[in-house]
Design a protein around this ligand. Sequence first.
Ligand code: MCN
Length: 767
Amino acid sequence: MSHDSHDHHDGRRVEDERLVTGAGRYASDWNVPGQLHGHFVRSDRAHAEIVSVDTRKAAAFPGVRRVFTGEDAVRAGYVRAPHTMGFAGRNGMKARSPERPVLAHRRVRFVGEAVALVVAESAAAAQDAADLVEVDYRDLRSVTDPEGALAAGAPQLSDEVPGNLAWEAEIGDRAAVDAAFAAAAHITRARIVSTRVAPSPMEPRACLVAYDAATESYRIHSPMQGVTTLRGQLSNYTKVPQDRLVFEARDVGGGFGQRSGAYPEYAALMIAAKALGAPVKWVCRRTEGFLTDTHGRNMIAHGALALDRDGKFLAMRIDWIVDLGAYLSPGAQGHVRNTTNCMTGVYRIPALHGTYRIPLTNTTPVGAYRGAGRPDVAYAVETLVNRAAAETGVDPAELRRRNFIPPSAFPYSSPTSGIYGGVYEAADLPGMLEKALELADWRGFAARRAKSKAAGKLRGIGISTVIENTGLGTAPVDQAEIELDAGGTVTVFNVAKAHGQGHETTFAQIVSTALEIPLAKVKIVQCAPGTRLKGNGTGGSRSTVGAGSVCHLAALKLIERGKALAALELGVEPSQVAYGRGEFTSGASDRVVKLADLARAKPLAFTAEGNFGHTWPNGCHIAEVEVDPDTGATKVVSYCAVDDVGVVINHAIVEGQVHGGVVQGAGQVFGEQVIYDPETGQPLAASFMDYYLPRAGIIPGIRGEEHPTQSRVSPLGVKGVGESGCTASIPVLTAAVTDALRPLGVTGLDMPLTPSRVWRAMRAATR
Ligand code: MCN
């Protein structure tokens, strides 16, 4: 396929008219006759024993049907939350997590944990009655700081997890790294903290569950990122067979990883719907979401990089503390897998040693969040590299040139390639770098800095060069079903689930390009209720590589099968049939068989499947900032992004994905942070009054260019893009601010780089 084969499309998204005219259908838009309403009573303490739960007053409140508690959860057996930390750790150690009944039983471990579910005839009655549920707690000491949780004498969350240590592991070659460090000319060290943030999709979580006693099955409306993951996890939690869990979701208003997993609330609603013989609906409020939707990032890296006299990297060490909150959540594995896969970044670093420790803390569980470990490892590695450049006095672009994996070394096995899988496939790092330096006018920076200085501003420039693994999922195969009807419309079914990415457009482009038919003739249906198709959900920027590729294969299969059928009508051999623009023809006949003709009698349907591995998008971002020395306020004044996402299906969507990711990273850099009070374990920023979200204008117009190298993992030549912006923007923006402050003697600053934090750092340095 040529690189430009999708360019006939104007880039506009076919779903947008529906979405921007209010015709989208989100989880809370579903209502069914006879439905009841649920409201969760949530723990207001970080760590406590539950002495008793008295539901009598609440149950007597007008309109209340029943109040469910941890007893009901235990009776149902819904107590073991699924998690995906299946890796063997140190000495084969398996990950440990406390039991997590879907309504807390005997113990609560974080503020917001559901303790009871009140079900009533109206949402208001359920909410009012919830205030009447009396929970008697015996408070326990709590710990919300990950390093503190691992320290001797820390409050213990569970007997099942001694020392609060849920998992630990060691990777790489300790002896080789020790030897390289001993011989190094320079060692750079840093403690790098990727802050805890709250992914904040526009659509709050909601769930409506109806139970059908005749078939013993549940129909569930909830936001999702793909039905296979969610269904598998909920089945795992409840032991209800997967074929009795039917999900229905149309539009999903953002996910960022946070909408992928099975939450305990869904299972609690299953208990209620079955017991009451009526559908039960729950709509999460925003603050409830801050407390109970999985958080993101939250990793501490103690890193060190050893260089020789010429600035060549010899070895790297990173010791990770990955705080996953009170319970291991289904989305947590990326924090280990993805950081491992990219631990040496885009550099040839011969020796690597890393350790992981996962503590439990009295905090909201942490899951996947846009990048799921990739931005965190990029931030750690790039911070080390940028700091090494500053310490050794080498231009950061030049230090990269000296240490890049050269194009000739691809496919490249990194020191971690053999661990959770993944040989870097293809990249042109030097070419990418030079393109970005040119675009950003790297050489002209000194003059711009002088100009800013004359205006009383501190100007800084930052660079990041990153790579990430996308594509590989956990499903054995990705499948798509293609169906052709008598009107010539082609419908393709798959089990990814766009939640903002625009698959209805890009997947339709893939199919319309392969079949050479108008885009309007192609419909994409994701996660049809009750679907049995296999495949990965949307996450890990894998949908285009996986589901998108298989849409392409399905279209090719339609052509192949179509040739055989057309041959019968044309009275020729299939090999004599040609296909183009929706028509089958043959030199041996002057008749034409149209695609639609094949479905005259009945719709034609085929399933195609494929198995796709990792692809490795990579990029170089360069940003400039101006810091106001009087206020500490930072303004991003220039942002350039050069990205290799392989062949691009839709340039406008790719640009939008990069833009969204960059801004999401900027949010984390400049303001987002979930904070807990260290004494009480109470969250201090659980509403948009207190929690910063990036606004329009935080990043000026991004100047972007594509620098594709072709991936062979997918027949489309594509790599993922959904997370790239985030991965590159966190290191580049922090580097730019650090560069601005370095002349004052500030060498590094933890996120978020709020005006007050920057101002204090400047003041402390210049005192
Ligand atoms: N695309 C393309 N050409 C390529 C690669 C991708 O045109 N070479 C298009 C795709 O077809 C798709 C979009 O770009 O329309 C993103 O594709 P891809 O990189 O395959 O990622 P996924 O579709 O799997 O999306 C997941 C990714 C992740 S992991 C998060 S988190 C994320 C993100 O996408 N969350 C998002 N982007 C988001 N965008 C929105 N609006 N909302 C979210 O919650």
